[in-house]
Each structure stands twice: as C-alpha cells, then as structure tokens.
Ligand binder design. Sequence first.
Ligand code: EPU
Length: 414
Amino acid sequence: MILKIRRKEKKFGDVTISGAKNSAIPIIVASLLTNEKVILHNIPDIKDVRTLLEIIGKLGPQCTFTNNTLTIYPTKKVKTTIFDDNVRKMRGSYYLLGVFLSKYKKIKMYNQGGCDLGYRPINFHLDGFKRMGTHIIETTTFISLKARKLLPAIHNLDFPSVGATINLMLASVLVKGKTIINNCAKEPEIIDVANFLKAMGANISGEGTSTITIMGVKALSGCEYTIISDRIEAGTYAILAAILNGGTIRNVNTQHLHSLIKLLQESNCVVYSNVDTLTIEQKDNLKPFNITIAPFPGFPTDLGQPLAVLGTQIEGRSLITETIFKKRVSHITELKKMGANISILDEAIYIDGKTPLSSQKLYASDLRGAASLVLAASLNSDFSYIYNIETFLRGYENPLEKLANFGIECYLVE
Ligand code: EPU
C-alpha cells in the first residue's frame, strides 16, 4: 500500500492522542492470565492490535473490539502451540511466551517478528525463563518452553530491556514466592502493565524504579482498565507541529515526554505544557540540538527517527546518538534522497540543515522510520509517495484524519 501525501495548507494543528501501542500489546496478552472477563479501554485501533487479536482468536479466547474498548472472554480450552504467521508480523507476540509459561507451563510458538532494527535477541527473556526452571528449545523458526513448576528468581538484566522486564513480570505473577528484577526498564509502559496486573490482583512493587519485586499470587481476577496514551504518537505529532505551523497535542501525559519537551525548548521552540496538553508554536531560527538516545527517562529511541526531520529544518549541525538500536537508520537513505544532508559515523547521526526536502517516491522499512518519512513529506506542497505504508499503520491510529488537522492531504492507494 502507498501513502500519497503533501502539505495542502498552512494550519495550526490539533490532535488527540490514542492509547499506547507498547502498553496495549502486553496488556492484551496479560489478560489471558485470568479465567475471568477483562475489559480494556483506550486500546488503539492499529494494525498490531488487530494482528494480535487474530492470533488470540485462533487460540480460544474470544474478543469484541468497538470504539477502542476491547472485551476479552476466556475459554477453558486454549491452544498452546501457536504456529500462526501473524506471530512473525509483530514483536510483541513474544509476550505470549511469558503469559503461557505462567498459566499453562508450556508454549510452542513461531519466533516473533517486528521492525528490522538490526540484531534484536531475546536472550534476557529466555535466560530469565531458564532461571525460573524452564526447559527451552530455540530454533531458527520456533521457540518451545516447558516447565514442571516455575520457581521465583532474582533476575539481574544486563540492560534495562522493556520487553524482558515485561515478559519476566508476566511469567512471575503467579509463581509462589518472591521474584526480583534488577536493572529493569522504567518506561511508562512498564508501570502501565504493572498497574494492570495489580488491578487483576497481582502483588507487584517498585515499577518505575530500577528494581521490581513480585510476590506471586494464586490466581488473577478479571478487571476493567484504561491504558495510558501513546507518548510516541504524541511526540511524533509534536515534532510535526514544530516543523510546520505549530499545534496542540491533547490527551498526552506530558511528564512522559519530558525529554522531548526539554529538547524542543532548548532548540528555541515555544512550548506550553500542562498535565495532559502540549502546545507548540511555530518559530523560525531554531537552534541545532545534540541528543543521546537512552532508556527512560532519557530521550526515546522511538522518536529518534522522526526527530531527524526536525534537524533537517534547523540551520547548523544537529546530532542524534542512537545507543539502543544502532541500526535504526532506514530513514536516512530516504531523507537523503529528498535532499537532506545527513551522515552516519558509528552511533552518531549528523544532520546538517537547513535543507528543503523535495517530493519523492519513498520506501518505509520500519514503523518509526515510516513516521519520519511522513513528517518529511509533509513539508512539501507536491505529492510524495510512501511505499509499504502498512508499516506505519502498525502503530498509528487514524493517521489520515490526524494529519489532515495539520493541513496535510493524504490518501492510501493500493
Ligand atoms: N536486548 C538484548 N537482549 C534481550 C532484549 C533486549 O540484547 O533479550 C537489547 C536490544 O537489542 C536493544 C536493547 O536491549 O539493544 C533494548 O531493547 P528492548 O528489549 O528494551 O526493546 P524491545 O522490548 O524489543 C520495546 C518496544 C520498541 C522500543 C523499545 C525501546 C515493544 C513491542 N517494542 O522493544 O518499540 O523501541 O522497547 O524502548 O514494546 C516501536 O514502537 O517502534 C518499537 C520498536
């Protein structure tokens, strides 16, 4: 699918942010830990959620999904062998490993997919499961986990991995005794997953700090829960506002975007923020930035690619140092095609602005790379064509309408 896109008019944008993809995925999977009905609000209607619901629907549990509310009805019989191609279409399918291990003590599943950001091992997850007494078979196509009894463990992560922290929480909530995850991730999505598990009756403390402690409970109950809004979607539109004519971003927890707000302010943008709204006013003569990507509360890797477009519109040299996914650079070739002056040296991405970006035929290789191209194409009043736009739809809800609020005209073309 192709996105035909151009800037139609100068307009102060206004957008309301949807639920967080990276909370929704693990929380939907975590719902399978209980034998009772779960109702989730603010679930974004994005491709990754639809793919996950297809996987779950084929395993047994039934779901209804309308107006961003998802209801999951458990079933007694659940398949624990998941050889479904949908598993390979997304990264977050790997949360089925932690949940099924916890609940059924076994799972056999295709390897997870997701954006190609270079080598993305899941050794922290698997080492953790092993520490809990799991027998693991890992091949190039599938993973099989089996445990007679799961044991509590102390996990010392080599890196504060978001996925490993969540998967180990999921695997441990029903394990008798005390589990500790040291050097865990502190992202808002971790807190959201922990809050959801607590709403089901789990005993978890320390989420949002470097150490999470879990006291296993016998069973989890159903619950009704509203997930947080998507800080990465909000950040993407905030950057769009900064490169175009400004805008208001609503329904965002501005504390989750502290690092971006600070960067924009230091670059001379005029930013007003209160608890849940961010307003960015258009300003010329922005100053170049120098940012190192780091785990939360550092600058998020998921905004590094969109941020590069801002760099192209600022006079002077900006620098983005990507320390988490060093190969997260698919957007660079495409931005260069449009006329951007960008060079890469190891982890450092140097952007020399200010350069106009021409309309082009572009190829989107990964989700946030696609977002970067959408922003870049929004700068030009001639149409650009972004191929493989499906990858963008994996993580952004209703983007055509939201972009239109910024004066962007775009269509999906088969
Ligand atoms: N790592 C390992 N071994 C592991 C796990 C991670 O070496 O077992 C390394 C990774 O290779 C990477 C670093 O640790 O260098 C951090 O990876 P992390 O596990 O934190 O990332 P993830 O769980 O695979 C999630 C999000 C990503 C987001 C990162 C970082 C989901 C489904 N994915 O990935 O989101 O970039 O955390 O915040 O939640 C996106 O939304 O576009 C996206 C890629």
